[in-house]
Design a binder for this molecule. Structure first.
Ligand SMILES: [Zn+2]
Length: 388
């Protein structure tokens, strides 16, 4: 079954060989979907015959958003913490413990229902691929079950046993690292593609983080790192050193950190929802882009420090406060996310790519930043199936 989406005012392909500029923009475009793949891209008037046609009515189409960083296997509510913080108290990593207690107490069914609720919410906002992590169980049993539940809904599953030191190991953090790199890793690795660590004061230091990432690599997992969110530290350079796919947050960077990212293959994933929700300093996307670093944008959706599932909101913040152009922000939320997940089949609309795309109720992708907070996503196709 083939479908042509015709009469697209402006199509973002992220393939410079197909159109104008880094976004490969095609005006008056059509996309032909065959099965779960993109079969053809070009001018609407030249579209080949198909079984079905959908008239985009002069509106814009972008690749489905690739949200490469979220924490969606959780239970509980932290409204009161957010309210307190916005009333004058600063964020500390300890708030995660509240979610850990609620997640451990929840049934599998409750955790899965919560995950599905946020996935549906994200899909309605144009997200067609998401990564999600464990990290609210912090026992072998609870980490493994979080990954099992996540793996039923996405291929991009990350083992984050090293989110914080489990409360039971408060006096023995090295004992917890032994668990995370031993029995817990054995139980979790079969359900995950990635290994992650929160490398930050109050969580895990550089040596502990290196041990956790190297252990994950020995089990076939690829590293990604929560790095330099709350202050300067070893996280970013460690991420590059161990060959991580992504260093996430990158809010507090030295020149050496930026140089390391520019010279390596590690993507810098910026998570402006976290700075928004904690009233923290914005990451400097302009500095990274000017240095030649590949930048991704993602939501960091989690109940503590960034409870948004909206990639369009992150695009708007990145343009308003992080020095990105609208074109750069849209690229980072699509192709950038794909790069952070080392995927070439998503994040772009080019023949052979997965048919994941969003139709905007706007004439241009620029409206994602120009019209912040407005629900512009009016239709979504995922793997060639219209979901919305
Ligand atoms: Zn995170």
């Amino acid at each position: 079954m083939s479908t042509a989406i015709i009469n697209i005012s402006s199509l973002v392909t992220n393939d410079p060989s197909l159109g104008e500029g880094p976004l490969g923009l095609v005006q008056d475009a059509a996309v032909v979907i065959d099965g779960d793949r993109v079969a053809w891209i070009g001018e609407s008037s030249k579209a080949p015959a198909t079984d079905n046609a959908v008239d985009a009515g002069g509106r814009a189409v972008v690749p489905g958003f690739v949200d490469s960083h979220s924490h969606l296997v959780f239970a509980g509510d932290r409204t009161a913490e957010f309210n307190a913080r916005m009333s004058g108290r600063s964020y500390s990593a300890g708030g995660i413990r509240t979610t850990v207690a609620a997640t451990r107490a929840a049934t599998d069914e409750a955790l899965e229902a919560n995950l599905l609720r946020y996935l549906t919410e994200a899909l309605r906002q144009g997200t067609t691929t998401f990564e999600t992590k464990s990290g609210y169980g912090l026992t072998t049993h609870d980490e493994a079950r979080a990954l099992r539940i996540a793996a039923a809904h996405t291929d991009e599953v990350t083992y984050l046993g090293a989110h914080i030191v489990a409360p039971e190991f408060a006096d023995d953090p090295d004992g917890y690292v032994s668990l995370v790199t031993g029995e817990m890793l054995d139980a979790c690795a079969p359900h995950a593609r990635w290994v992650d660590v929160f490398c930050e004061k109050g969580a895990f230091d550089g040596d502990q983080a290196r041990a956790i990432l190297e252990a994950g690599k020995r089990h076939g997992l690829v590293p990604r790192v929560h790095a330099n969110q709350l202050g300067h530290g070893p996280g970013v350079q460690l991420a590059v050193e161990v060959g991580a796919a992504s260093a996430d947050h990158c809010t507090h960077l030295t020149d050496a950190d930026v140089d390391a990212l520019a010279q390596g293959t590690t993507v810098a994933t910026l998570l402006p929802g976290a700075e928004f929700s904690t009233r923290a300093q914005w990451p400097d996307a302009r500095r990274l882009l000017d240095a030649g670093v590949t930048v991704a944008l993602s939501t960091d959706c989690n109940p503590g420090s960034s409870f948004t599932s909206s990639m369009p909101f992150c695009v708007a913040l990145a343009v308003r406060d992080m020095g990105m152009t609208p074109d750069e922000a849209v690229w980072s939320a699509t192709a950038g996310g794909a790069a952070a997940l080392r995927r070439t089949d998503i994040g772009r609309l080019t023949p052979g790519a997965r048919a994941d795309l969003a139709l905007l109720d706007a004439p241009s992708h620029v409206h994602l930043a120009y019209r912040p907070g407005v629900p512009l996503v009016s239709a979504v196709w995922r793997r060639g199936v219209r979901e919305l």
